[in-house]
Ligand binder design. Sequence first.
Ligand SMILES: [Zn+2]
Length: 394
Amino acid sequence: MECTKCGAMYDADHPQNVCTKDGGVLFARYDLPSLKNHFKLSSLDGRAASMWRYAEVLPAVAPVTLGEGFTPLLRSREFTNAYIKDEGLNPTGSFKARGLSAAVTMAKAYGVKKLAIPSAGNAASALAAYAAAAGLESYIFMPKDVPLANRVECESYGAHVTLVDGLISDCARIVAERSEREGWFDVSTLKEPFRVEGKKTMAYELVEQLRGRVPQGVIYPCGGGVGLIGMWKAFDEMEQLGWIGPERPKMAAVQSDGCAPIVKAWDEHQRTAQPWQGASTIAAGLRVPKPYGDYLILDILTNSGGTAVPVSDLEIMDALRHWAKVEGVFAAPEGAASLAAYRQLRASGFFRPEDFVVLFNTGSGLKYLEVIHAATKPKSVPASRQIGGIIGPY
Ligand SMILES: [Zn+2]
């Protein structure tokens, strides 16, 4: 394991969270020069259609798998050179399955018994499912207004669920305070090194599904930013393996304008983000006031020639309905934000029509039924307007 801040190296023989010197995110490192000789794109032929087909660049232990990954890369029916990577088809209906499959796999291998997570929703369901599959206990802390599906799923998987009157940052504080005393291993975003390893497989899949090509752009909904960080790591690994050259996609991080710490830091040319005050958006997964890996995300945007884009809840809902009607893809609000961002980036000329761009749908709309329903139905008449039983034309 290598610290992404100071470069300190750690053995991977016991469970770890972050660098003990500076709190930096730890990256798993592999002997890529030796792998290069025998691990090629053609090596993948005939392997299981899950993220574990990239076993050489994942931990070498028995995986806890529910068939995550190898999701479809759909050619857009509306935009000639756009593709939709549909992560809604993962177990538990979101891209979180990848990271938690890897994290729970390692926790089981290390002999950890109890796992804890603060989550805006989908990571909680994924942890609960993989912990159930592994026979481990999971302790979940979610904002009390998370989408109902996540809560019902977690309870069904037998997780210990605590609803918190606050944001994911408040949940994270509770987990940090109680973990040592309770004997929990904290699998928070980027405080557990293997979630990045699971998420990075999205980039391996892109390159495999595109037969060795690298897209010119990737639009990615950025809450904690693990997928962005993981994919960037994977592109570097693939270059060292000789699968691709130095070409990289422009990485565009999309956030809700109701919680846009990365966009603000990007616009102000900062190296880290400031905590966003009063975070509010229908895209629960984007409600992360200060991503732990902010310094990594901002570096990636810089090094890739990318950008950060804010979109409004109205744009998200419009994109969600549009994608469903035009593409047949019923996206999560976070995923629909990718389309809203693509529209903006096409309008501004950042992406040209001939640029080959992948839009990530991070989850299924089926997990947000009450949110989408509430945002779609006509507004009910406010009680103050119902004077004398006469209902106004609202
Ligand atoms: Zn360090």
